[in-house]
Write a protein that binds this ligand. Structure first.
Ligand SMILES: Cc1cc2nc3c(=O)[nH]c(=O)nc-3n(C[C@H](O)[C@H](O)[C@H](O)COP(=O)(O)O)c2cc1C
Length: 376
């Protein structure tokens, strides 16, 4: 990734070239016909921001406080499993960049690096993301381990009661550990650089499960995350608790009433329900329902600095990005990721100035030129 001004489009193109097809498709793909994934980016594209002129601009300030912490910019990295497929050692590169740039990093239950290592490398910037794929007891025990490691923010993901089949993965025979048929062999052989580097580093596998107790089954139901579990978890978890994957205002209202600290509006990047509305439209509706103060995190479809500002204007307090982060890693490892963060920051500063603002904190609904979403 030679040019710091590289966009997510260039990074995605490089990722597509460098990764075996089945790995690229695992990252890039979505549920069903990929309508929801497309809807996320399309609806963000439809939103317009109002340029304002003649403002008395001060040096740009991207500092964002969220749940009592100050981050250097209004965006972070969404929790993603098996990031090490994008680049050997990707997990640790994510943690290192999170530390250097003071941004929140979601560490997935399915991460290929121990949660303790990730917490340490991130300088405490990491949040732990919890899937409840076994019993409630096992889920609570994992949360307790995260607390013992030092995590003070837990993200409970609730939108994967069953893992949705993703047609590209089915077509490519994507499985972990890899199943090596002739098709996969050819795919790896055509990407020798990736294959050798990944073999050398050791093919990624979930690092936060005891293999003697069955390890992590990607396809197992994660429906253990139900209302009763959330109640128990809130009783046990003393740190900040965020519930991820919320799309309906009624769910948001009930969750907010249960004493959670923040709601994370997301349709999992369109990877679960192909008929889901766009996440940005859900964000707008949930903000309307919960009022201006309840803390909201947002992801799904965010690609640019303008998208981040649009999400903030629709009511997000903090915006997370998923696939673009893995494209940047695949394109250039830790250096590529760092360049991507820098270019997002630069773009945010330009957008702010176009809106006549100096502080990202001042972005609000007044900066939207239109709101094309229906009320629910
Ligand atoms: C490769 C990949 C793996 C993911 N793994 C997880 C995960 O382990 N836990 C989770 O809560 N969300 C997971 N997600 C969803 C992301 O956290 C996030 O919601 C989504 O990627 C945001 O959409 P975007 O990719 O359009 O930015 C994953 C997404 C991708 C692309």
């Amino acid at each position: 990734m030679p040019n710091p001004a590289i966009t997510h489009i260039d990074a995605r193109r490089l990722a597509q070239k460098r990764l075996p097809r089945l790995v690229f498709d695992y990252i890039d793909g979505a549920a069903g016909q990929e309508t929801a994934a497309l809807g996320n980016t399309n609806d963000l594209g439809l939103l317009k921001l109002s340029p304002r002129v003649l403002a008395d601009l001060q040096p740009p300030d991207l500092g964002t406080s969220f749940l009592g912490k100050l981050y250097a910019q209004p965006f972070g990295i969404a929790p993603m499993g098996m990031c090490n497929l994008a680049w050997p050692g990707a997990d640790r590169a994510l943690a290192s960049v999170a530390q250097k740039t003071t941004l929140p990093l979601g560490v997935s239950t399915a991460a290929s690096t121990p949660m303790s290592q990730m917490f340490k490398d991130s300088g405490g910037q990491a949040w732990f993301q919890l899937y409840v794929s076994g019993s409630a007891q096992a889920g609570l025990a994992m949360a307790q381990r995260a607390a013992q490691v030092g995590y003070d923010t837990l993200v409970l993901t609730v939108d994967v009661p069953k893992v949705a089949p993703r047609p590209r993965d089915v077509r490519n025979g994507f499985q972990m550990p890899f199943r090596m048929g002739p098709r996969q062999f050819l795919d790896f052989a055509l990407h020798p650089r990736w294959s050798l580097a990944t073999l050398w580093a050791g093919a990624p596998s979930p690092a936060n499960f005891d293999p003697h107790q069955g390890g992590f089954d990607r396809h197992a139901s994660r429906a253990g995350a139900n209302w009763a579990f959330l109640d128990q978890l809130r009783g046990q978890w003393r740190g900040k608790l965020i519930v991820k994957g919320v799309m309906h205002p009624d769910d948001a209202q009930r969750i907010a009433g249960m004493g959670v600290d923040a709601i994370y509006v997301s349709n999992h990047g369109g990877r679960q329900l192909d008929a889901a509305p766009s996440a940005i439209s859900a964000l707008h509706q949930i903000r309307q329902r919960l009022g201006p103060l309840f803390p909201l995190v947002f992801d799904s479809g965010v690609r640019t600095g303008e998208d981040i500002v649009k999400a903030l204007a629709c009511g997000a307090d903090l915006v997370m990005l998923g696939r673009p982060v893995l494209y940047a890693l695949a394109a250039g490892g830790e250096v590529g990721l760092q360049q991507w963060v820098t270019s997002m920051r630069e773009e945010l500063e330009v957008v702010l100035s176009q809106l006549g603002l100096s502080r990202i904190q001042d972005v609000g609904p007044q900066n939207l030129a239109s709101i094309p979403f229906a009320q629910r």
